[in-house]
Ligand binder design. Structure first.
Ligand code: B12
Length: 222
């Protein structure tokens, strides 16, 4: 099986939301001599990016495809990490959660999957997370980024969401220590909204979000 054939077969399995088939391709790749590192960096990450961009452009693509792409990427990456010759260093930490009052969790889980594939440690606080908890957990885990998902306009713009996290950081003199990143449907409708709510940046999907967060982690650490 050539490398191109492996990449094609992996992408097909993901497109079919067939996790078992994706793992079969990964096992075949290992038995053909590909290393775990090559599988993550040459198959899984580019494959996830390609699929996410195809799904975004395809009006017939469904939620399951979106979700499973990130889920498979996260699971394959976690399995491959145990086989890495030199385990890659975690590049940093992010606390991630859905804003207070908001119970939507699918987008957040996709973002978490994409972050894991980029070697970012994710502390997932779940849904309906009070602003105070974002700050407490970021301090406790020495995170570099606080990532807040909001799927509803009022949980994005409300006083108990991102704006409160910003206010708490300001009051505690912690603004230089953490960057705030937001995402979710309201930010896609209004690309300037992230500024209004006091975030440092936003991203439209999991792959772009993970890349942005990895970049901000490096900036905070520099
Ligand atoms: C599925 C869904 C639900 C499910 C949630 C299941 C779950 N476990 O998550 C259920 C049925 C529970 C639900 C409930 C409700 N929902 Co609802 N829901 C949706 C729906 C159809 C899809 C959301 C979704 O999962 N999308 C798929 C994921 C993959 O996409 P995503 O979340 O946008 O995430 C991607 C990006 O946005 C980005 N991203 C997301 N978060 C983050 C965070 C960061 C940091 C970054 C960088 C990026 C990022 O990356 C993700 C992956 O690529 C949307 C409609 C829509 N089209 O958005 C309505 C929607 C969000 N819901 C809505 C409403 C009103 C509700 C309810 C109030 C309904 C009711 N009357 O009870 C309740 C609210 C409950 C609550 N308190 O939260 C409205 C919100 C309207 C508004 N303007 O505020 C919407 C827009 C539907 C509508 N058109 O009216 N909902």
């Amino acid at each position: 099986m050539s490398r191109d054939a492996i990449i094609r077969a992996y992408n097909e399995a993901v497109f079919d939301t067939d996790k078992e088939a994706a793992f079969e391709v990964v096992n075949a790749a290992l038995s053909h001599g590909m290393t775990a590192e090559e599988i993550v960096f040459e198959v899984v990450i580019p494959g996830t990016e390609a699929m996410m961009s195809a799904i975004t452009k395809d009006p017939d693509a469904n939620l399951a495809q979106h979700f499973m792409t990130a889920q498979i990427a996260a699971e394959v990456t976690e399995k491959m990490l145990t086989r890495f010759n030199h385990p890659p260093e975690v590049i940093g930490r992010v606390v991630l959660g859905t804003a207070f009052g908001d119970l939507h969790s699918l987008g957040k889980r996709i973002v978490a999957g994409c972050l894991k594939a980029l070697m970012v440690e994710v502390i997932d606080l779940g849904v309906n997370v009070p602003a105070e908890r974002f700050v407490e957990e970021a301090l406790k885990h020495e995170a570099q980024v606080i990532a807040i998902s909001s799927m509803m306009v009022h949980t994005a713009t409300g006083e108990r969401g991102c704006a409160k996290v910003r206010a708490l950081l300001r009051e505690a003199g912690l603004e230089g220590r953490f960057k705030i990143v937001v995402g979710g449907a309201p930010y896609r409708f209004d690309e300037g909204l992230y500024r209004t709510v006091g975030a440092d940046n936003w991203a439209a999907d999991g792959v772009a979000g993970a890349k942005l967060i990895a970049q901000l982690i490096r900036e905070v650490k520099a």
